[in-house]
Ligand binder design. Structure first.
Ligand code: CP3
Length: 349
């Protein structure tokens, strides 16, 4: 691997600087992506390995990030389990027949991932070939709780109240569904690793909607199964947005990386997570709308706050669609100007 900064950071090896990539970097804000978006439907882009490959490589070529992330979506998993998922322009995901009852659950199945999701594995193989070991490739899936949110609510939501009501009023069905998603996700991620993914990230975008006890029972219990299945084969990053209270128990899963959002300081996160895990984050994505000098200054402050060890520079959630390309580049370039020279003595060139 020509640029193995991400792999070094995840294994705790010293390096000249931390790696940098941005969640949701493939798509959204890049004009080159918007052009493809006019020509092909969203799932068509996901299901066509050549298109998924082109979109995955765009931020590597245009912005110069230290890792590629597969272009796909977390919602291909409910699709593979038998649920219809649509993506409606400017509205987001829509599932016309959400899961609410035992009869609904009967419609679902644990798929053979090589039958239903082979297009993802084909895309990964093509991307690995085109990347030619320039940077590592990150594969991903949604955490079972976040997938349940969409399967039950049927669309995006600020509160996912229907999904919570399902868990609180029909716990047995909810756990049955969470276990089905977990089994599917383990097979799916194992397939991604076999196809060539170098790192796996688990997105629990809605983990922060659950209180600590519910997060443990409804979300982390299943994430732990996924981490257990993968962590000895490939480095795993858990990103559970807003679930800072669980950093200690997430570190105890053995995952090599933990994502944090901007509502916690790096110092607090480090004291909760301990020293055996790599932290990833945590720039407020909306701050990329600031003028470039402000971005540069705040990125430097973030780098100092994390210190030079076991850090992957990233945003605290996905990049926003209205971020100017030169602002994204300023974020990445500021990190590239940084040099680690001993643990507490980092500086800029
Ligand atoms: O990181 C990457 O760039 C890789 C590709 C990726 C997409 N979705 C492509 C996409 C990844 C990692 C995801 C994950 C995802 N999808 C999450 C977890 C991360 C997060 O941001 O919290 C969630 C919750 C989803 C579900 C989803 N898919 C939503 C809510 C939406 C609509 C709004 C949006 O843009 O987030 C999507 C569609 C989607 N997935 C787009 C892209 C590039 C936008 C489609 C388009 O307008 O072209």
């Amino acid at each position: 691997m020509k640029n193995d900064l991400l792999l070094k950071a995840l294994s705790g090896k010293p390096a000249e600087r931390p790696p940098v990539w941005m969640m949701r970097q493939a798509g959204r804000y890049l004009p080159q992506y918007m052009k493809l978006r006019e020509q092909y439907g969203f799932f068509e882009r996901c299901q066509t390995p050549e298109l998924a490959c082109e979109i995955t490589l765009q931020p590597v070529d245009i912005i110069g990030v230290d890792a590629a992330i597969l272009f796909s979506d977390i919602l291909v998993v409910p699709q593979a389990m038998g649920l219809e998922v649509q993506l409606i322009e400017s509205k987001g995901p829509f599932l016309p027949d959400p899961i609410r009852t035992e009869a609904d659950l009967q419609r679902l199945f644990i798929p053979d991932v090589h039958e239903k999701l082979q297009y993802v594995f084909d895309a990964i193989q093509l991307i690995k070939k085109e990347l030619n070991d320039r940077v590592p490739l990150i594969g991903f899936a949604g955490a079972p709780w976040t997938i349940l949110c969409y399967m039950v609510q049927g669309k995006g939501s600020k509160t996912f109240d229907e999904a919570k009501a399902f868990c609180y009023t029909q716990p047995q069905l909810a756990h049955q569904l969470l276990q089905m998603i977990t089994n599917t996700t383990i097979a799916y991620l194992e397939g991604q690793v076999e196809a060539g993914a170098d790192v796996i990230q688990i997105f629990d975008s809605w983990g922060g909607l659950l209180g600590p006890a519910d997060f443990e029972a409804i979300s982390l219990k299943y994430i732990r199964q996924i981490v257990n299945a993968l962590k000895d084969k490939v480095p795993v990053i858990i990103f559970a947005k807003g679930a800072w209270h669980a950093l200690e128990s997430m570190a105890a899963t053995g995952a090599q990386g933990l994502g944090i959002d901007w509502c916690i300081t790096p110092q607090m996160a480090r004291s909760l997570a301990g020293n055996k895990v790599t932290l990833q984050g945590n720039f407020d994505p909306a701050k990329l709308l600031s003028p470039v000098p402000v971005i540069k200054k705040e990125v430097k402050e973030m780098l100092f706050a994390f210190g030079s060890e076991r850090h992957i520079v990233n945003l605290g959630h996905g990049i926003l669609p209205n971020v100017p390309v030169d602002h994204a580049r300023a974020f990445v370039d500021t990190v590239k100007e940084w040099r680690n020279s001993g643990s507490n003595n980092a500086h800029f060139d």
